[in-house]
Design a protein around this ligand. Structure first.
Ligand SMILES: Cc1ncc(COP(=O)(O)OP(=O)(O)O)c(N)n1
Ligand SMILES: Cc1nc(C(=O)O)sc1CCOP(=O)(O)O
Ligand SMILES: [Mg+2]
Length: 520
């Protein structure tokens, strides 16, 4: 929600080294913060003398100089997130860890550490060994650490030779330091043509699969990724959303920056604005899909094979979509000409089957797109038009049965990560929520806001998208303007003084927007 206030840019700090060549370090970090709508501040740990072909010198700043920068920032520019890059000697690690401990006692601040310590050439970038200080003092102050394969081996002391050992090393590092681990795959491909990152947060492993981009302009990708994740965390995005948007931002920079010529060596990755194209976003690996084996997620324990591709809805613009809990409401709204409806019964009585049968009959009589929430078995048995499922239902429901019965499938999503994951199933529509706070259901930790909705909707311009959560007549205009083809509402209709008027006003807003987009 924070990113809706355009006059109030979140502040993000980078604590890192200066790259005189302008491709990595502080320079890449500040470009990234700016690009993603944040105000960047810096505390410089070292002045490196480098260009695109060599690191000629690394001049660490003194503890006094580092500390004075941090304290000046704290006095006036309190951060919404912090990215840490090169810490050039053990004393700096201790200084930063100690500072963070005190800062985070005042207010929680997400901290992302890109453990820069070894150059691509293999040369050490630090004065002496910093391993012990990083593991024991710094990592407990971090929320996320973003090693590449080499840095993972360095910090975990585990030799990484395949996907299983990589996951083992990430688990080891996470359990030792407490921070979630995002292992970046830029240096090693587990599958040809795929550049994949592994996130292990102590509970769940996720693979984010990107495609290889040909080109040599890769300098600064690690700095840019960790900075983009920090910027997204400052905008209020949860960790998984921040990771997939960060990866997309780097992918966009690699793709659009591939043909620039800066220096004789590896040129800088591009900084090319907010990623709004699906092509830059990673695919989320789904348990049960064939390539999961190559990523160390074997078939064991997977409830069902990966099923994707569901019956299409007849229009990507399903319009007004009331979600109701009684047959009376279905009947009333069908009589008002509403064509998309959902029956969402949360406290079913003994006559649930009968209610669903009657709902399906109303749906047929009025030619409705009628979705049944949760009860997919009854929806199949009663021949419903479609079923709506939540994220947590995806592993439990028999998706093959829904698919082969020809039912449409709608899936709830809450943010970029869930949207990309649900999209892998190619459902009939994707719902995005909760856009605003709502009294109908506790969604307080999953609020998206309109700007984030617009950024998600931009990824799938022709796909049937539904926005839900706190939408009413006053807010519907800005929601519809994001490009979603449908707005789902509960209380805006069922608690309206005059539901017929609410239906008419919401329909008028939808008609108006679509008329502007598609002039006759
Ligand atoms: C259109 C639409 N979007 C989202 C939801 C929420 O579904 P779910 O996540 O399954 O939560 P419950 O509705 O079951 O509480 C929905 N019902 N409809
Ligand atoms: C049922 C539901 N699902 C949501 C989601 O974000 O998945 S928000 C929501 C409640 C929508 O009710 P109202 O229109 O009254 O705010
Ligand atoms: Mg549900």
């Amino acid at each position: 929600m924070r990113d809706q206030v355009l006059t109030d840019k979140p502040i993000v700090w980078t604590i890192a080294g200066s790259d005189s060549g302008g491709g990595a370090g502080i320079q890449a970090d500040l470009l990234t913060f700016c690009d993603l709508g944040c105000h960047g501040c810096s505390a410089i740990t070292a002045n490196t003398a480098q260009n695109t072909v060599e690191v000629a010198a690394i001049n660490a700043v003194s503890i006094e100089v580092l500390g004075s920068q941090l304290r000046a920032l704290q006095r006036d520019l309190f951060p919404a997130a912090i990215k840490i890059g090169l810490l050039a000697k053990a004393e700096q690690v201790l200084e930063v860890a100690d500072f963070l401990q005190k800062l985070r006692a005042l207010q929680p601040v997400p901290v992302i550490y890109d453990p820069v310590a070894i150059a691509t050439s293999g040369a050490g970038l630090t004065e002496g060994d910093i391993t012990a200080e990083v593991l024991s003092q710094l990592l407990p102050q971090c929320d996320l650490v973003t090693p590449n394969f080499h840095e993972l081996e360095w910090l975990s002391q585990v030799t990484v030779k395949d996907a299983e050992s990589l996951l083992g090393a990430a688990r080891q590092l996470q359990s030792e330091g407490g921070a979630a681990v995002l292992v970046t795959g830029g240096h090693t491909q587990l599958r040809l043509g795929e550049v994949s990152d592994l996130l292990w947060d102590g509970k769940k492993a996720d693979w984010f699969i990107g495609s290889e981009v040909s080109g040599n302009n890769t300098h600064g990708t690690g700095c840019t990724l960790s900075s983009a994740i920090a910027a997204c965390r400052a905008l209020g995005y949860p960790l998984r959303d921040a990771c997939v948007v960060g990866k997309a931002y780097v992918q966009r920079g690699l793709r659009l920056g591939a043909n620039t010529h800066i220096g004789a060596g590896a040129g800088p990755v591009g900084h090319c604005g907010w990623p709004l194209e699906l092509v830059d976003f990673p695919e989320i690996l789904v348990p049960g899909e064939a390539r999961a084996q190559d990523y160390g997620l074997g078939a064991q324990g997977v409830a069902q094979p990966f099923i994707h591709g569901f019956a299409e809805v007849d229009s990507s613009r399903m319009g007004l979509y009331p979600v109701v809990d009684t047959l009376e409401w279905l009947q009333r709204l069908a009589e008002q000409g509403v064509r998309t409806l959902q029956l969402r019964i949360k406290n079913p009585g003994e006559n649930l089957r009968e209610q669903i049968e009657r709902a399906v009959a109303i749906g047929r009589a009025y030619n409705l797109r009628l979705f049944i929430n949760d009860f997919w078995q009854l929806a199949i048995q009663c021949g419903a038009y479609g079923v709506h499922l939540g994220q947590e239902d995806l592993q439990a429901a028999d998706l093959a049965a829904i698919q082969s019965a020809g039912l449409r499938l709608g899936i709830s999503t809450h943010g970029f990560y869930e949207l990309l994951l649900a999209y892998r199933y190619r459902p009939s529509y994707l719902a995005i929520g909760a856009i605003y706070a709502t009294n109908t259901k506790d969604m307080s930790d999953q609020l998206q806001g309109v700007q984030k909705l617009a950024r998600m909707a931009a990824l799938l311009p022709d796909y049937p998208l539904v926005a839900i959560g706190g939408i009413n007549v006053q807010r519907a205009g800005e929601v519809i303007a994001t490009g979603v083809g449908s707005i789902a509402v509960v209380s805006a209709i069922t608690k309206a003084e005059d539901y017929k008027q609410a239906v008419a006003e919401l329909n008028a807003l939808l008609d108006n927007e679509y008329a502007e987009v598609e002039p006759c």
